[in-house]
Design a protein around this ligand. Structure first.
Ligand code: B12
Length: 212
């Protein structure tokens, strides 16, 4: 049997944009689990891409093609993850903070939250504190999830939390943070309610917040 997991991983690493959808479809037809294809195929590939970029083996154009390839693969898998939302567990706003355009991880978290039954409103990338606060006032979510992939954009997370406090709405909202450079210590330091290392942990956090 073809090991589609390896084939898919290599296709993302190699930026085989035109082939990825067909490969994912074949893997599904061969019985591969959509979650495993995301975690052990698409995400694992982006880890390799990140390391190769870090060591100077590849450059931004290659990284971008890999990211686009990953997104195409996700497009096929996303509908398979989204479960029954008839009964929403609560509302979560997701966003990548200002100055940061990375959205693959945030999109994954949003998808998994939707799949777990949360009404998830994704506000996109490069989101200013002001716009986020406007949306929080309008939508009144129980949870705000913030993503940052750049060390330079991480301070924006603190700003969001401070501003929620300044506006007097911090007490009614749980804030969770994540993204590759973020960790538990940073989350605690800026006063976030939780940190998630991956999409599954984000769902766990959101579930826990709803019970509090
Ligand atoms: C793909 C990518 C890009 C793509 C982004 C495409 C897109 N649409 O997102 C492109 C090519 C555009 C890009 C651009 C840049 N990038 Co870039 N990029 C990456 C790369 C290779 C992968 C990121 C990724 O998608 N990972 C896969 C996802 C699934 O993982 P994730 O984002 O970490 O998300 C998971 C968890 O963190 C968590 N999570 C994420 N968000 C949240 C939120 C919450 C609430 C929770 C609970 C959990 C959670 O769950 C997710 C799922 O498991 C990383 C390297 C890496 N391995 O991280 C570099 C990286 C992040 N980029 C980097 C850099 C430097 C840049 C650029 C500045 C390059 C340049 N010179 O132009 C620009 C910046 C543009 C900008 N202003 O944002 C550096 C950052 C270094 C630093 N210390 O800040 C990295 C680390 C590469 C490196 N090794 O140097 N990049």
């Amino acid at each position: 049997m073809t090991d589609y997991m390896d084939v898919i991983k290599n296709a993302v690493i190699g930026g085989k944009h035109g082939e990825i959808k067909g490969l994912v479809q074949k893997a599904l037809a061969a019985g591969f689990d959509p979650n495993a294809l995301i975690n052990d195929g698409l995400i694992a590939a982006m880890d390799v891409v990140g390391k190769d970029f870090g060591t100077g083996k590849i450059f931004v154009p290659e990284m971008l093609v890999a990211a686009v390839t990953m997104k195409s693969g996700l497009d096929i898998l996303k509908p398979l993850l989204v479960g029954d939302q008839a009964q929403s567990r609560g509302t979560v706003i997701m966003a990548t903070v200002k100055g940061d355009l990375h959205d693959i991880g945030k999109n994954l978290v949003s998808m998994m939250l939707e799949g777990a039954g949360f009404k998830t409103i994704d506000l996109g990338v490069d989101l200013s504190v002001e716009r986020l606060l406007d949306k929080v006032r309008e939508i009144k979510p129980q949870v705000v999830g913030l993503s940052a992939l750049l060390t330079t954009s991480m301070p924006e997370m603190r700003r969001v939390i401070e501003e929620l406090g300044a506006q007097g709405i911090r007490g009614s909202i749980k804030v969770m943070v994540g993204g590759a450079p973020v960790d538990r210590t940073f989350a605690a330091k800026i006063g976030a309610d939780g940190y998630g290392a991956n999409a599954a942990e984000a769902v766990e956090l959101a579930r826990r917040f709803m019970c509090q």
